[in-house]
Design a protein around this ligand. Structure first.
Ligand code: FAD
Length: 262
């Protein structure tokens, strides 16, 4: 089956730099890695096609330097990689990101399944996958913990929620988002690295897309915008209230009253 796997380049450390004026994350392409959740998405695709055959296309939206994560996916087992990159996509929130990726998928065409990670380690919203599916008007199953059965025209998966799991049969084309620990991701192979290190990565620009309305992309297409970014104050006052339960309860009551919380 033809599978597209969406993968994202994320900061490799928690010490990310924020542009103080725009509030945007500074993505300089240096200290970055493949979003850990996307390793499970890639592995799910590899396992499906080991059963049924087909091709795996890794996709990413980001700066041109995001090619690096596409190469990593190819060294793990993907057949090809495409990055969508253009200054016009800068400052995209979740809505604009998902819209841009769905335009990219529409432009490439010919897919049976789109697989995403459950969430990223930088944005963390877990909304991009479901929003891509809505834009493509295909069904989706989020939080997939296990792929149970795979056929040419449908898959059966176990999807996990807080208190219960569901077994879902979904007709293709469809989109899945894969939970952490749904499988054991493979490492990039040295043999594949040697064989495919010079393989070409496709690049898609704004002008290639069907929808040329600028207001649907980047900052212009983002209803949510960051007003201010700041580090939380870690030097907070603290006070220990000691004594028996009654004394501590009274002490806490007095502090809350003094601070006008009650
Ligand atoms: C209110 C708000 C404002 C924001 N403003 C800005 C901003 O001004 N500038 C800025 O740089 N960022 C901004 N962001 C972050 C940006 O929107 C997210 O990086 C982006 O939408 C992806 O969302 P996420 O990381 O939460 O992905 P999630 O929904 O957590 O990701 C789920 C899965 O979707 C796929 N996916 C997600 N993103 C990509 C991608 N780029 N390429 C391929 N696959 C992908 C992956 O499979 C991933 O595992 C903002 C976010 C919010 C919530």
């Amino acid at each position: 089956m033809n599978i597209m796997v969406c993968i994202k380049q994320v900061p490799a450390s928690s010490e990310v730099k924020i542009d103080p004026v725009t509030g945007n994350l500074i993505r300089d392409g240096k200290n970055v890695k493949l979003n850990p959740f996307d390793l499970f998405a890639l592995e799910a695709a590899f396992q499906i096609n080991e059963q049924i055959g087909g091709s795996i296309h890794a996709l990413t939206m980001g700066p041109d330097s995001a090619i690096r994560v596409l190469k990593e996916a190819i060294y793990m087992g993907a057949d090809k990689g495409t990055v969508i990159s253009d200054r016009k996509f800068a400052g995209a929130d979740v809505l604009a990101t998902a819209y841009t990726i769905s335009q990219m998928i529409d432009h490439i065409g010919n897919f049976d399944l789109v697989i995403c990670g459950k969430q990223t380690t930088d944005g963390d919203t877990a909304q991009v996958g479901p929003e891509i599916a809505e834009n493509l008007t295909i069904p989706h199953v989020p939080y997939v913990k296990e792929i149970l059965e795979v056929y040419e025209d449908y898959v059966v998966v176990r999807s996990g929620y807080d208190t219960h799991d569901e077994i879902v049969k979904v007709t293709l084309p469809a989109l899945l988002t894969i939970e952490k620990d749904a499988n054991t991701p493979r490492l990039p192979s040295y043999k594949r690295k040697k064989a495919f290190k010079d393989s070409d990565i496709n690049i898609i620009r704004f002008n290639d897309l069907k929808d040329q309305t600028l207001e649907h992309y980047g900052l212009l297409g983002s209803p949510t915008q960051v007003e201010e970014m700041f580090s939380p104050d870690t030097k907070l006052d603290s006070k220990a209230i000691k004594g028996d339960a009654k004394t501590m309860a009274k002490g806490l009551f007095d502090v809350l009253k003094e601070s006008q919380f009650i």
